[in-house]
Design a protein around this ligand. Structure first.
Ligand code: NPW
Ligand code: K
Length: 482
């Protein structure tokens, strides 16, 4: 499991570790890791041109000590100081001893243009609010520079705890972060600014409960349902899909396509698209008697392609089994009814749907995804999966938010969400919790999207077809490509 911790938790861990170590030891560990990463990117350190963008805090100190290490190996290192009289004194002395030089902000543009590598030590976890004007100008240079840009701990200008970016921010090729990932490194839009992320272990002891978690193959493998020898379809779980309409039969077909690959023993379909579903998937149990009379299920999916069928949504929400609400269902579901349910509910909006539920703009949700997903989970008393380039899953009672980054932009295609809701519903029927079902489904769906697309456009049915490959891959039965 990859985890991320908030600045407050990092500060606490840092204090307790610093109390046990000689002064400056942590910064030396950080600088050593940073210098090693820079050297690797440069290939040849000797004779290379390195520019350090140095703010007045310890983030600048890290950059200066790393710069000193590179200068000792023959790099030409220049530090651009944002606040010359408040620069980290030890770091500055070390750079000077190693033969590095110092410049003012006015010289930055020319230096950056000629640099092979730019190190962003403007601000790290001590940054507050949007970058101040001088810092913002330096950050903007990183966007146009042809040099490799390495951010120290965080790209300056991004919010460490939320992943929000308010104004200018450094755009890095690599971020070298210390002790732990910070939430912002895993959530868009900040994640896009970070480039690849390398974690340098500096010995921080962190609490068991993280602020953010990202499942990896092994975590997914451990959560995937596996049928026992004596399993039958009812023990494996039956998932009910109440989706589609005369106008949108395709949503029903795609939700069923996802559900058939999600581990439930059987898929029951209820709604007006029964003949389209059965034509494509004859193994589906089709009923036209409405959700309450359709027979037993262990979980429901309601909403994809539902149009204005509020009655079906209300009927499904009365069932005392886990319910996944998606698409039109999100608009039609009564908030107090969802809050009053005793069985768990999983809501799966994209940013536009989340914005409508929260009464804000889509841009606000996309800019502050973590706040939005937590707020929705609290308002509805439900687990919420907010879809996007980094999908987030939050439980209503708080706890670590799950983030998934396996997706690909090609997944933004019609019907792809219907496949995801079927898949997640099937995992719910196989008795995963709403949090696990949502995050495992997002993981597999993202991976399946990559397999289906493989660098070219793919349809939602291709994504559904690729789920078994993603599943085998997560279980370690197939090798990963792309
Ligand atoms: N955690 C760990 O274990 C370890 C942490 N380490 C490192 O320490 C870093 C944290 O250092 P830090 O606490 O000194 O804060 P930092 O990020 O340098 O920023 C503060 C400075 O920035 C300024 N400033 C603030 N906002 C600004 C803005 N919007 N725009 C412009 N400027 C702004 C602010 O100015 P002031 O408000 O004081 O005027 C202040 O001078 C951390 O990220 C990591 O790199 C490693 O060395 C070792 C282990
Ligand atoms: K930085």
């Amino acid at each position: 499991m990859r985890t991320a911790y908030s600045v407050e938790t990092v500060r606490t861990a840092e204090r307790s570790l610093m109390a046990r170590l000689p002064e400056g030891a942590l910064m030396q560990r950080a600088a050593a890791g940073l210098a090693a990463a820079c050297a690797q990117l440069l290939g040849r350190v000797y004779g290379s041109r390195v520019v350090l963008l140095v703010g007045s805090g310890d983030n600048g100190g890290d950059a200066l000590y790393a710069g000193a290490r590179l200068a000792r190996r023959g790099a030409g290192v220049t530090a651009v100081l944002l606040a010359p009289d408040r620069t980290h004194p030890g770091g500055l002395a070390a750079l000077r001893r190693a033969g590095g030089s110092v410049a003012g902000v006015g010289e930055a543009e020319e230096l950056v243009q000629r640099a092979d590598l730019v190190v962003d030590g403007i601000v790290g976890i001590g940054g507050k609010g949007g970058l101040r004007p001088d810092a913002a100008r330096l950050a903007a240079l990183s966007e146009t520079s042809r040099a490799i840009v390495v951010a120290v701990d965080l790209p300056s200008g991004v919010e460490a705890d939320s992943g929000e970016v308010r104004g200018a921010a450094v755009r890095a090729d690599l971020t070298v972060t210390f002790g732990t990932h910070k939430p912002g490194l895993l959530i868009d839009p900040a994640r896009e600014h970070a480039g690849s992320v390398r974690l340098v272990d500096i010995g921080l002891e962190l609490p068991e409960k993280a602020d953010l978690e990202a499942l990896q193959h092994a975590d997914v493998a451990a959560l995937l349902p596996a049928p026992a020898a004596e399993s039958d379809k009812y023990r494996r779980g039956v998932v009910g899909i109440a989706a589609g309409s005369a106008r949108y039969p395709g949503a029903a077909v795609l939700a069923v396509a996802g559900a058939l690959r999600g581990g439930a023993g059987a898929v029951r379909y209820v709604g007006p698209a029964g003949s389209a579903v059965i034509a494509r998937f004859p193994e589906t149990l089709v009923s036209d008697r409405g959700p309450a009379k359709a027979g037993r299920v262990q979980a429901w999916v309601v909403g994809p392609g539902a149009g204005d069928d509020a009655a079906t949504v209300a009927e499904v929400l009365e069932a005392d089994v886990p319910v996944l609400v998606d698409a039109d269902g999100l608009r039609l579901a009564d908030r107090e009814t969802v809050r009053g349910r005793t069985a768990p509910t999983l809501m799966t909006p994209h940013a536009g749907e989340a914005a409508a539920l929260l009464g804000v703009s889509r841009e606000e949700v996309e800019g502050a995804r973590l706040t939005a997903v937590r707020e929705l989970a609290a308002r509805y008393g439900a687990t919420v999966l907010l879809k996007g380039s980094t999908t987030l899953v939050a439980d209503p009672g708080g706890g670590p938010v799950r983030v998934n980054a396996t997706g690909t932009p090609w997944l933004a295609t019609a019907g792809s969400g219907d496949v995801l809701s079927g898949l997640a519903g099937s995992l719910l029927a196989a008795r995963l919790s709403t949090r696990d079902a949502g995050s495992v489904a997002a993981y597999l769906h993202g991976l399946a999207g990559r397999y289906a697309a493989n660098g070219a456009p793919a349809g939602a049915h291709d994504v559904a077809n690729a789920i078994p490959q993603a599943w085998r891959d997560a279980r370690g039965a197939a090798s990963v490509r792309g």
